[in-house]
Structure formats: C-alpha cells, structure tokens
Design a protein around this ligand. Structure first.
Ligand code: PXG
Length: 440
C-alpha cells in the first residue's frame, strides 16, 4: 500500500546477516560508488577494502559493464530459460570454458553462490545415478565451510549458527575437520606449512561409510567467510588424490576465490588442481547483477546425454538461468578483467600486500595475520566473555574513519577490488593500524 510507505523508514526491510537493531539505530548507508570508493549518505568517501562482499573485483561502476547492462535491457530484456535460448548466454558459457582450467567444459547458470552450490550437489548426485551408481548418495563438506544458505549448502557447510536452527538438514552428510591451526601456523605468509595430514581424515570418513556410498566432497579452496583459512601446503592435492582413487567427485566452491582473487583466474589454477565441478558467482558479473555459474567436466555432462533426444536430460534450472542482462554483464566483466589484466594482478601485487598486512604483527590484539593473493585476514584476541565484540567495534570504527572492512567472529577479512593500487593498500593498512590502537 503505497500510501503507507514512509521515506527513510528502516523497519520494513529485515536485513540479511545484519545486526538489524544496531544498524537501524545508527545506519551505515552507501549512496554511490566509483572504482575503489563508496560515497556515504553524509557525503564521505569510504575506501572499499572488501570489494563489496568479495564480488566487485573490477572496482565500482565500471563504464563497460554499465553500458552492457543498459543496452541489453533495451534490446532483449528476458528470454525463457527453458526450451528457448538467446546468444549471450551461450557466448558467456563459451568464454567461461575458455577461461577455466582444461577439463571443465560445460556451464550451468544460476543466480547466486547459494544456488550454484545446490546445483553442483544435485549434479553430483544425479551423475552417479545416471552412471548406475545410485548408492553414492553421501556428501562430504568441512567444518568452518561456507556454501551459502540453502539447505544443501548449510548441510555440507560447517558454521554452527547457520545450521542449528534448521532441523535435520540433508541426511547422509559428513564433515572433514577444518584446517585452521594458530598454534602451528600463526603469521604464515601464503600457504601454511602444517596440516596437510588433515586431508587424510577423508580416508577415514571414506572407510567408515565405504566409498560406494560417497558422491562428492565439497570444499572452498580458501575458506573465506569463516575468516580466510588458507589450505596447508599439499592439503588440496591430497584431497584430489583421495577423491580420484575412490571415484568421488571433488567440488571446489570458488564463489570467493574465482575471478582473480588469488592472482590466477581460479584457485584451481593457483593450486594446480582441477576439480570435477567448480562453483562460481560473485565476481562473474563484478557483483553488479546476480549470477552464478557451475562448471563441470565433459565426463559429467556427457553421462547425462543419453536416451531419446526429445527428453530433458537434467531436471534442474531457474527462471533466470542465463538471464540476458546478467549474461551481458558477465561478458562485459570478463572483457574488463582481460583488458586490464585483473585476473593476474593479485600475483603482481601479492608481495606488497603481504608485507603491508604483516606489518600489523605486534599491534594491539593481533594474534595472527595471514594472506594469499589479494586476500588477507587479521585475527584478533577476543574480549573474554564477549566474542566478536572487538572485531565489530573495529568494523564500525573503520567505517567511521573511511574504510570498509569485513569482520567474521574476531577476524578482520580483507579482499580489495583487484584494481587496488599500492597507495590504497598503504592507506587501508594504516587505517586499520589506527583502529586497532583505538579499540578496547
Ligand atoms: N559459497 C561460498 C564459498 C561463499 O563465500 C556462497 C557460497 C553463497 O553465495 P551467495 O551469492 O548465495 O551469497 C558464498 C557467499 C563474507 C561473505 O563476508 C561471504 C559470502 C557472502 C556474504 C558475505 O564472508 N559468501
């Protein structure tokens, strides 16, 4: 009822993953953005230390992407996603296959990371079934894993607060241990030395359930949301070896690591490991239009392409799978990344980023600094009896001082747009240094 809409009344919007009451007492509003900066409602500039939510990899309001969206909206707004097509979805899929590691040859489109995860898990289960191995129904995730918020994703995910309210979740799920180990690995630069043996837990889980019951293992190559947990040297290779040995699919959830975050197009490139399925979203469209993409091997795709040709091969998809405007945004985003060398910029800037971040060692409350590509984390000692409070205060103080950082638990996570310059890095790190010296 339009008559009841009061401008600037904040109560109707129940905000996602937000302390709603705190926010609405003291709102933090962005009204514009360009390149590395946001503009707040009160006209201040805020340096984006997080690429929005790990998605605006090419920086904000890039003209090529804006124009692509504008002209696509005027030319073909929507085409049915089922039994009909339009050229841009095919073009984007082809470009993704070109960009992805060899062996990932087909693309399913979604509208978010969460939907990409559900899609990947369903492909994995259905794949085994169409191959005549329907006994492979189990999915293995990992503690402290984040795979979005839908039921499959929270089932394989390992974040207690995202799971505990929601009943029985998916059955037939087990979890690997997480790899975070401050006692052995604090202040590691890049991949930590210790912990590859944690991948052997997969052998134990496989033995417990029998390989013939396990469909897939899903992990983030670098866990982002739970505070930038970087895999120990050799760990991911072990997961690849064990899954291959037992005919289990390996799914990399690259929603955060995809599209240049580690200084390579995908984490799979960084670690030299090709998964069977790769889950992406966020940076695919520079965060501008919701879209995700799931890349699968030819072996998986081809296993479905049997039976009479008039029949649907896989009963899954969304109204907006490969939406024309999202596809146009995706193509323009990939062109921007290519033209500006953004997918490898993290490799060039990585050493500078690393040194800058590690200069925070010794500042108040800092118990770890870790980094990989253009990702970083600063872990703070929690206030006794009030976990997360110190980091949240740091987040608010940073915002007030002109820096957007992200906190999860008592960890500050950083992931600037890939167009970041050295002077932005200096500014961000010095800003955080001041904040750390001020917070209780
Ligand atoms: N998988 C991974 C690895 C993610 O990081 C999702 C799936 C879900 O994506 P959607 O598009 O459904 O949100 C994510 C999302 C943070 C943060 O600050 C991380 C995400 C989202 C919002 C905030 O760590 N990751």
């Amino acid at each position: 009822m339009v008559a009841h809409v009061v401008p600037n009344d904040l109560s109707a919007f129940w905000m996602p993953f937000t302390a709603n009451r705190q926010f609405k007492k003291s709102p933090r509003m962005f009204v514009a953005a360009r390149d590395m900066h946001y503009t707040t409602a009160d006209g201040r500039q805020v340096l984006d230390g997080t690429a929005g939510l790990w998605c605006v990899n090419a920086g904000h309001c890039r003209p090529r992407i804006t124009q692509a969206i504008q002209s696509q909206a005027a030319e073909l707004d929507y085409a049915p996603a089922f039994q009909m097509g339009h050229p841009k979805a095919f073009e984007l899929a082809n470009r993704l296959v070109d960009l992805a590691p060899d062996g990932l040859d087909h693309v399913l489109f979604t509208n978010s990371g969460s939907e990409s995860v559900e899609t990947a898990l369903k492909v994995a289960l259905a794949y085994h079934r169409v191959k005549g191995e329907g006994s492979r129904f189990r999915l293995i995730g990992r503690e402290r894993g984040y795979h979005g918020v839908n039921f499959g994703g929270i089932s394989v995910g390992g974040i207690v607060s995202n799971r505990k309210m929601f009943g029985t979740l998916l059955t037939g799920v087990d979890h690997l241990p997480h790899t975070h180990d401050l006692a052995r690995n604090a202040f590691s630069k890049g991949e930590p030395e210790h912990g590859a043996e944690l991948a052997d837990e997969l052998e134990r889980i496989v033995t417990l359930h029998d390989p013939s019951t396990i469909a897939a293992v899903i992990v983030e190559p670098v866990a982002g949301s739970t505070g930038v947990l970087i895999p120990p040297k050799g760990y991911l290779q072990k997961l690849r070896d064990i899954t291959k040995k037992h005919g289990i699919l390996l799914i990399f959830d690259e929603v955060i690591t995809g599209y240049g975050r580690l200084g390579t197009p995908f984490a799979a490139d960084y670690f030299g490991i090709v998964p069977d399925i790769m889950v992406t979203a966020k940076g695919l469209t520079n965060g501008v239009i919701p879209m995700g993409a799931v890349l699968v091997s030819a072996a998986i795709h081809d296993a479905f392409m049997t039976g009479p040709e008039h029949l649907i091969e896989f009963f899954h998809g969304y109204t907006y799978s490969g939406n024309p405007i999202a596809s146009a945004a995706g193509i323009a985003t990939l062109e921007t990344y290519k033209e500006e060398g953004l997918l490898t910029r993290g490799a060039e800037l990585g050493p500078y980023w690393q040194d800058a971040l590690h200069s925070l060692k010794g500042e108040p409350h800092v118990i770890d600094v870790r980094n990989i590509g253009l990702v970083g984390a600063i872990e703070l000692e929690p206030i006794a009896g009030a976990p997360t409070k110190r980091a949240f205060s740091a987040f608010v103080k940073a915002y007030e001082s002109g820096y957007l950082i992200r906190t999860t638990g008592d960890i500050i996570a950083l992931s600037p747009p890939l167009i970041v310059e050295k002077h932005h890095i200096d500014e961000l790190v010095d800003g955080i240094r001041k904040v750390l010296r001020e917070v209780d």
